[in-house]
Design a protein around this ligand. Structure first.
Ligand code: 13P
Length: 248
């Protein structure tokens, strides 16, 4: 049995006043929940949140990391720095990083290696653009992204895959449950074929893209969906708790 993970990606949202939202979330998440819970705030808030979330079941993560451990990379943050702030996870290959910063498969691979070097678990994101879906290229795109960005040494503990169709992010649109299942089943098969069934069958595959309290239960019940990567609805404790409740 894979324990699901419900992860919140705050993206470029949150100020010091957001501690109230995290305090509220802390009250809503119990340690005997049927899923693991993770918040990935902007880097500026990881340290503050880690003080608040100490001794709670809510884990912390970063949203990206530089491949190098340290050095002359103005504005960047290393996996070691994220780990040093109290985080256990980092997202790699998010489509917004791929598009805004040109972080393509080769870079995503080195970022994922960096995450492991620092002792972080990586949540590696893949997903097709709307044009690719319309051209029936979804599975081809996913296969290329996974083949080119998963480094040697992946295990079910150090790597989580997130399927996020780019056209579903922040739009309120979602694929049908059947479409989600088709992609997740394909990813499961690919992971098993390439990493061996022991690793491939135990690796978590999250769905992301307009997950809300109202659709979470249905999406999370789809075949080979082992949790969610949530953007907008993770910003409010009540909404995020409503998604976590899909696993009650
Ligand atoms: P939304 O939940 O806002 O669609 O964002 C999804 C996402 O990109 C999470 O990483």
């Amino acid at each position: 049995m894979i324990k699901p993970l419900v992860a919140g990606n705050w993206k470029m949202n949150g100020l010091s006043s957001s501690v109230s939202e995290i305090n509220a979330l802390k009250e809503k998440v119990s340690s005997n929940s049927n899923c693991d819970v993770l918040i990935c705030p902007p880097a500026t808030l990881i340290m503050a949140f880690s003080h608040i979330l100490k001794e709670t079941p809510i884990a912390l993560g970063g949203q990206t990391c530089h491949p190098a451990e340290k050095g002359a990379h103005t504005g960047d943050i290393s996996a070691e720095m994220i780990q040093n702030c109290g985080a256990e996870y980092v997202i790699t290959g998010h489509s917004e990083r791929r598009m805004d910063h040109g972080e393509l498969d080769k870079i995503v691979k080195s970022q994922t290696e960096a995450a492991w070097r620092a002792g972080l678990k990586a949540i590696l994101c893949v997903g097709e653009l709307i044009g690719e879906r319309k051209a029936d290229l979804t599975l081809k795109v996913i296969e290329r992204q996974l083949k080119n960005s998963i480094p040697e040494g992946a295990t079910a503990e150090n790597l989580i895959i997130a399927y996020e169709p780019v056209w579903a992010i922040g739009t309120g649109l979602t694929p049908t449950v059947e479409d989600v299942a088709a992609v997740h089943n394909f990813i499961r098969q690919l992971l098993s074929d390439n990493l061996g069934s022991e690793i491939g069958n135990n690796m978590r595959i999250l769905y992301g893209g307009s997950v809300k309290p109202g659709n979470a239960k249905e999406l999370m019940a789809a075949s080979n969906v082992n949790g969610a990567l949530v953007g907008g609805a993770s910003l409010k404790a009540e909404d995020f708790a409503g998604i976590i409740a899909a696993y009650e």
